[in-house]
Design a protein around this ligand. Structure first.
Ligand code: SF4
Ligand code: SF4
Length: 526
């Protein structure tokens, strides 16, 4: 696009130069007068055409869509995936695979504890740490009997949360803007009555089985038929971008990625993956970059979370209006499936050491949601941009994680029949319950911030993104990593923790707009 604008401007400039030369020659009144007159006229016409063309091109450019610039129109998905597409994803299967039990996800366990402790529906809490594992309801009890170390970490987390709450007044002035910003972004999930939060979400959480809930707003007798699967994918991707998504991909849904033993809108129990969950439309938006780089204490998850929920709700509604079933799976933790592998299958990126989806444009700073549907669409292919090899050498996220939650191993482990680096979620959760922030609104995203792929789009990063995946020798990634470690200073992992263990460090210096003392009359005591 830029090249076309430059060419048009060059063309206009040439036309004006020719016009100028013509004028000078005309003043002489020679035999060439009529030729020059015609040439001048031609140049004038070409000039006008050139100006019109340049104006047309500039008007079509996404940057002219004030307020709806390139990210909402898909130009933020600038990486050319075509040379890197593969028939199968880069994750490897090892023996028989199985669906993950809902209770094996940290979110599943937290949701059960919430119901026991914080959503008592009128009565008091139905469990307390002092009562122990045996008094827990199933499937929590069996899970913790199999994994007592996770239980101990969860109990420790309750204590850390209490301490975090008690310590917050010490930091609340210093991080007042960050806190207000985060809570404003999270106001989408807000409700004065904790127990009613889920009911007030947009889009609403499922309140029935998929065969009813996913069809609930369909008013057409029959779905509007697309001309072809390719038309369907093109339109749906375009529309999802206008709904606010930076990246969009489509895949056939692998049922292995759906949780077992729990289904939103139905509850605990085995279920067969519904046949209309045939495809997943996967989309991603990044966290605001300034706040990402000043994690954990100035950071938030709610900005990208709320964006993703809004997109999910709009897309679900769009498909219902066209007559198709649709169900959104969106943050903070409202999924019936695991998002990273679905994003990998949809060609948005690859798996990485920290367990998230790593994309060429946003690195792992790509919060994910999807809508499952049966619209017949053309699926995207997975890509291989060499992330596994890069992660093998890099380990920066593991070195800088304050909780030690990310694996340092050279090669991925095997879990559920798939190769992936294991994340110790309870250790991560306990950092969330310890850093100097106001509870659940903020937590930690240091691993996203320090990853060499989580970089804004400038020429240097664009060059690295394109050269490294094409280098079969691995020398480019070695050189890039050397530069990363030699030229960028990182705080030590423990520095991210509050005093006395750490010093509330941030990966980058905070920007002006997040500094309370820059905008408010406060007594600075930090
Ligand atoms: S969010 Fe923080 S604690 Fe959790 S894995 Fe990332 S760096 Fe570690
Ligand atoms: S920080 Fe390094 S090891 Fe971690 S995900 Fe990013 S590239 Fe991989």
């Amino acid at each position: 696009m830029k090249r076309r604008i430059i060419l048009s401007l060059w063309f206009i400039l040439c036309s004006f130069i020719i016009l100028g030369l013509c004028d000078t020659a005309l003043a002489g009144g020679t035999i060439y007068r009529s030729i020059l007159k015609t040439g001048g006229l031609l140049a004038a016409i070409l000039g006008i055409v050139g100006i019109s063309f340049a104006a047309y091109v500039a008007g079509k450019d996404y940057d002219s869509y004030t307020g709806w610039e390139r990210f909402t129109h898909g130009a933020g998905m600038f990486f050319n995936r075509k040379p890197f597409t593969k028939e199968s994803p880069t994750y490897r299967m090892e023996g028989p695979t199985r669906r993950v039990e809902w209770i094996e996800s940290l979110e599943g366990r937290i949701r059960m504890f919430e119901q026991l402790l914080m959503h008592p529906n009128g009565g008091g809490p139905r469990w307390a740490p002092s009562i122990g594992i045996e008094a827990l309801p199933e499937p929590l009890k069996s899970y913790y009997n199999r994994h007592p170390e996770d239980y101990n970490l969860m109990i420790k987390g309750f204590d850390l949360m209490e301490k975090q709450k008690a310590d917050w007044p010490k930091f609340s002035t210093q991080f007042a803007i960050a806190d207000a910003w985060s809570k404003s972004m999270g106001s989408l999930f807000d409700h004065p009555d904790e127990a009613q939060k889920l009911d007030n979400m947009y889009p609403p959480e499922p309140a029935g089985p998929p065969d009813e809930w996913d069809y609930r707003n369909i008013r057409r007798e029959k779905p509007l038929p697309f001309i072809s699967p390719s038309h369907a994918s093109q339109l749906i991707k375009k529309v999802t971008h206008t709904f606010g998504a930076t990246l969009v991909g489509i895949t056939k849904l692998n049922p292995d990625w759906c949780f077992q033993s729990y289904l939103r809108g139905v509850g605990p129990g085995e279920y067969k993956v519904p046949s209309h969950w045939e495809y997943a439309i996967v989309f991603a938006t990044p966290h605001e970059w300034d706040q990402l780089y000043v994690n954990p204490v100035y950071g938030s998850s709610f900005d990208a979370y709320s964006q993703e929920r809004i997109i999910a709700g709009r897309l679900e509604s769009f498909l219902h209006e066209l007559g198709y079933p649709a169900r959104s799976h969106a943050p903070p933790a409202h999924y019936d499936l695991m998002m990273p592998p679905v994003g990998i299958d949809a060609g948005l990126g690859e798996q990485c050491r920290m367990g998230l989806l790593l994309t060429p444009e946003l690195g792992p700073n790509a919060r994910l949601a999807c809508v499952t549907t049966n619209v017949p669409m053309e699926a995207d292919k997975p890509i291989d941009i060499g992330v596994l090899e890069f992660c093998r050498k890099c380990k920066i996220c593991a070195e800088k994680c304050p909780g030690g939650a990310i694996s340092h191993k050279e090669h991925p482990d095997v879990e559920f029949g798939y190769r992936r680096w294991r994340i110790k979620c309870e250790l991560c959760q306990n950092v969330w319950s310890s850093v100097a922030v106001s509870g659940s609104s903020r937590g930690c995203r240091i691993c996203l911030a320090v990853c060499p792929y989580s970089r804004k789009n400038n020429w240097l990063h664009s060059m690295s993104r394109n050269i490294d995946p094409r280098d079969p020798t691995g020398l480019v990634s070695t050189a890039l990593l050397w530069m990363q470690k030699a030229f960028f200073k990182y705080p030590e992992a423990r520095d991210f923790m509050p005093p006395p263990q750490g010093r509330n460090a941030t990966y980058h210096e905070p920007p002006d707009w997040l500094l309370t003392e820059k905008w408010f009359e406060v007594k600075k005591n930090w």
